[in-house]
Design a protein around this ligand. Structure first.
Ligand SMILES: NC(=O)c1ccc[n+]([C@@H]2O[C@H](COP(=O)([O-])OP(=O)(O)OC[C@H]3O[C@@H](n4cnc5c(N)ncnc54)[C@H](OP(=O)(O)O)[C@@H]3O)[C@@H](O)[C@H]2O)c1
Length: 322
C-alpha cells in the first residue's frame, strides 16, 4: 500500500491509496518501511507551490526509514537486510508499507534505536546541522538566535547547539510552546521582544540568526546580531520574506543567506552525505537528538494523520507506520 497524489492541489482532496510497487529492478532496492514522517513539505509539494515541481501521479512522503528486503541487479548485495534512511530528495514516496528506491537514494543507519526518532533524521536534523555548520565558523560560547523554537527544526538546532557548547536563544509564538524547551533562553513573541532579547544577551551578540518564520521576530533577533553577522533563512511559515531592518542589513553589514537541503543533497559528495547522516543517526540513537512525537497512524489512515499534523496545538510530529 502507498499514498499517491493524483493532481496538484490540497493533498487531502487529491490523494488515494494504491498497491505498493515491487520488485527491485537494476540499480534499485526494495525497502520495507518502518516509519515515515509527515512534514509541512509534503503538503507544500502537493500544492504545486514549492521549490520542486512534482509531476503527478506522485508518490507521497519525503522521509522515512526501513529495511532492505531485496536488492536488484548491479547493487551491492551487502545492502540486503540493512536498515536504511531514504534520502529526502523527492524521488520516491515513503508513505507506504514498501517502496522501490534507487540504491543511491538510501544510506545505511544503525540497526538499533527508536524507529520513530530515526525516521525523522532525514530532513530536520540535517537542516539544523547544515544551518549550524555551513555558514559561520562557530566557537563554543557563541550565541545563536532563532525563531520557530518549538518546531522540530528548532529543537534539533537547540540540541546540536548545546552539544557543540554554543548558547541559544529561541523565540516561540505562544506560551505553551515554550514548555520543556532546552534553549538557554526561551522568549514568547509579543511586546518589546527586541528589548527582552537585548536584556537576555547583555553585551553579547548573535553570531548566527536562524529564520523559519519570515515575520518580525527575525528582525528583532537580527537587531542584536554581531557586526557582519549572518541570518540564515530556511523557511517562511508566514509566507513573508525575512523582515530584517534595512539599517541592520546595511549599517551592520548583515549577511542574508538561504538554506534548502535538496541543494545540499544534490551537490554534496556521496561520502559527506553518508558521513553526515551516519553521525546524525548515531546522535539520535545516543539520545542527543530527539523530537517530540504526537502520534502514529497506519498508512491507510494517512488522511487522519495529515489532519492531526496540521493542528496548531499538537505536541510533536505525526508519523505513519505500516
Ligand atoms: N530549507 C529546508 O531545506 C527545510 C528543511 C526542513 C524544514 N523546512 C521548513 O522548516 C519549517 C519548520 O519545519 P518543521 O518540520 O520543524 O515544522 P513543525 O515541527 O511542524 O513546526 C512548525 C512551526 O511553525 C510554527 N508556525 C506555524 N505557522 C506559523 C505562523 N503563521 N506564524 C508563526 N509560526 C508559525 C509553529 O508554531 P506553533 O507550534 O505555535 O503552531 C511551529 O513552531 C517548515 O516550514 C518546513 O517546511 C525547511
Amino acid at each position: 500500500m502507498k499514498v499517491v497524489l493524483k493532481a496538484l492541489g490540497e493533498l487531502l482532496d487529491n490523494s488515494v491509496l494504491e498497491a505498493a510497487a515491487g520488485p527491485a529492478g537494476p540499480g534499485e532496492v526494495l525497502v520495507a518501511i518502518e516509519a515515515a514522517t509527515i512534514n509541512p513539505v509534503d503538503s507544500m509539494l502537493a500544492s504545486g507551490n514549492y521549490g520542486y515541481q512534482v509531476q503527478v501521479p506522485f508518490d507521497l512522503g519525503t522521509e522515512g526509514i526501513g529495511w532492505v528486503t531485496q536488492v536488484g541487479e548491479a547493487v551491492d548485495p551487502a545492502l540486503h537486510g540493512r536498515r536504511v534512511l531514504i534520502l529526502p530528495n523527492y524521488e520516491q514516496g515513503t508513505w507506504a508499507d514498501q517502496v522501490v528506491v534507487k540504491a543511491a537514494n538510501v544510506v545505511p543507519i544503525p540497526d538499533g534505536g527508536d524507529p520513530l526518532q530515526l525516521a525523522m533524521v532525514g530532513t530536520n536534523p540535517l537542516t539544523a546541522h547544515l544551518a549550524l555548520t555551513k555558514f559561520v565558523d562557530l566557537k563554543p560560547g557563541d550565541w545563536i538566535g532563532q525563531n520557530l523554537g518549538n518546531s522540530a527544526v528548532g529543537q534539533y538546532v537547540t540540541a546540536l547547539a548545546k552539544h557543540a557548547g554554543l548558547k541559544i536563544l529561541s523565540v516561540v509564538r505562544r506560551p505553551e510552546a515554550a514548555e520543556g524547551l532546552e534553549s538557554d533562553v526561551v522568549l514568547v513573541d509579543g511586546d518589546d521582544l527586541s528589548g527582552r532579547i537585548r536584556s537576555a544577551l547583555g553585551t553579547d551578540r548573535f553570531e548566527l540568526v536562524l529564520d523559519g518564520a519570515g515575520d518580525s521576530t527575525v528582525g528583532a533577533l537580527a537587531q542584536w546580531a554581531a557586526f557582519g553577522g549572518t541570518v540564515v533563512s530556511y523557511s517562511s511559515v508566514t509566507g513573508l520574506a525575512p523582515a530584517v531592518g534595512l539599517g541592520d542589513h546595511i549599517y551592520q553589514q548583515l549577511q542574508l543567506r538561504g538554506l534548502w537541503i535538496p541543494n545540499w543533497l544534490e551537490q554534496a559528495p556521496r561520502s559527506e552525505i553518508e558521513e553526515t547522516y551516519g553521525e546524525l543517526a548515531q546522535l539520535t540513537v545516543d539520545g542527543v537528538l530527539r523530537a517530540r512525537v504526537a502520534a502514529t497512524y497506519p498508512v491507510a489512515e494517512f488522511a487522519k494523520a495529515v489532519q492531526h499534523s496540521r493542528q496548531p496545538d499538537r505536541s510533536g510530529k505525526v508519523l505513519l507506520r505500516p
